[in-house]
Structure formats: structure tokens, C-alpha cells
Design a protein around this ligand. Structure first.
Ligand code: UDP
Length: 194
């Protein structure tokens, strides 16, 4: 894997298209994948919080979600190909799920936001399978939720708790799961619901 380290964070030097292609292949192989889309806030937080930094080091992929990261990479003469917004990667995954009738679990955000998100998802991507959904206001250390999501056998789990909560949950989830891509999508459901 071609990684470029900026501020101690090893970013994957892939275009949006290349990310989606690799993620698709991993999905087809039933590989477990921990995907982080690291925006500048996440990078700064990781630098100040060793436990979160160590969590990011366990990710299979870290996408450069910010033009500042791309600019810094150019200054350091280790240029990253392009900015890869987390929101766009999420849309790409939903597109793939729609084409291939993959199973997607939606977890996070407030209940009304989640309901509106699911309504819009059903309209825009009618052929993807909603494996399940749950709002994000529960005890994130509760193993019952992990089992519930796992039991629905999702190919993709979108976790919208905001960082660092979502990455912590994903790490535990993937340690128990059989397969699937898990990605923290921050406030994306708030956007998708609109
Ligand atoms: N959220 C959640 N559970 C929580 C805290 C936040 O589901 O315990 C959701 C929140 O409703 C929003 C998303 O996480 O949809 C992002 O929240 P916030 O803007 O607070 O986090 P940030 O994007 O600043 O990390």
C-alpha cells in the first residue's frame, strides 16, 4: 500500500476512484476493513491524544479529507494525489451497494435525522439493502449493539457518532464482526437527511 505520512498520519495515496475500487474488492473478499476519513480536526485531535492516534494506526485505510492535507503533502514534496472527502466516499459506497445489492447498516445521529436519512437513501439508492439501523444515543460500550449489528451481516457499516466516539466503536465492532467495511461518517446523516 502506498502511504504518505503527514504529521505522523499515514494517509493512503489513492484517488477517490482507487479507494472505491479497493474497498469494493475487499468487500467481495469479505475482508474486514476499518476506514478512516481524516479531516484536519481528526488529525489535530490525534496529535494531542495518543490513545486516539493509536486507534487510527489500526485503520486499514486513512483517506485525506482536506485540502490542507494535500497542500502540506506537496510542500513536503511527497504529494498526495487528491483530496478524498469522507462524504463523497460514503456516497460512492452507497452507489456500489445499490448496484450490487449490498447490505448497509446505518448507525448514529438523532432518531428523527436517521429516519429522514433512511427515507432519502431508499429514494436515491432503492436497490441497496438496509441491513438495519439505530440512532446514535445509546451506551457505546454496550456489547448488545455490537452483536445486533453483526447479526445483520452488513457489508458496510456507516457510523455517525462524530469522532473519536465512532472510531472507538468501530474498533470493537470489527474485532467481533465476520466481515464488512466500517467507516465513521461524522455528521453525514445530518446532511443526507436534508
Ligand atoms: N452523535 C451520536 N451520538 C452521540 C453524539 C453524537 O449519534 O453520542 C451524532 C450527532 O447526532 C451527529 C453526529 O454524531 O449526527 C456528529 O455529531 P457532532 O457534530 O457533535 O460531532 P462532530 O461532527 O463535531 O464530531
Amino acid at each position: 500500500q502506498n502511504k504518505i505520512t503527514i504529521l505522523g498520519i499515514p494517509f493512503d495515496n489513492l484517488t477517490r476512484k482507487e479507494f472505491l475500487k479497493q474497498l469494493y474488492t475487499r468487500m467481495e473478499n469479505n475482508d474486514k476493513t476499518f476506514l478512516v476519513t481524516a479531516n484536519p480536526e481528526i488529525v489535530m485531535y490525534a496529535l494531542e491524544n495518543p490513545s486516539y492516534y493509536n486507534l487510527l494506526m489500526e485503520a486499514d485505510y486513512i483517506a485525506p479529507d482536506g485540502i490542507g492535507i494535500v497542500r502540506a503533502s506537496k510542500k513536503l514534496e511527497t504529494p498526495i494525489k487528491e483530496r478524498v472527502p469522507g462524504f463523497e466516499l460514503m456516497l460512492g459506497l452507497l452507489e456500489i451497494a445499490n448496484i450490487d445489492q449490498k447490505r448497509v447498516y446505518f448507525i448514529g445521529a438523532k432518531e428523527d435525522i436517521l429516519d429522514l436519512t433512511l427515507k432519502n437513501v431508499k429514494e436515491k439508492w432503492p436497490d441497496l439493502v438496509i441491513a438495519g439501523s439505530h440512532h446514535g444515543y445509546f451506551d457505546h460500550d454496550d456489547p448488545v449493539m455490537i452483536q445486533r449489528v453483526k447479526a445483520s451481516q452488513p457489508d458496510i457499516v456507516l457510523v455517525a457518532f462524530g469522532f473519536p466516539r465512532q472510531e472507538k466503536w468501530i474498533k470493537t465492532y470489527l474485532s467481533k464482526a465476520d466481515k464488512g467495511i466500517a467507516v465513521g461518517v461524522g455528521g453525514s446523516f445530518d446532511v443526507l437527511s436534508g
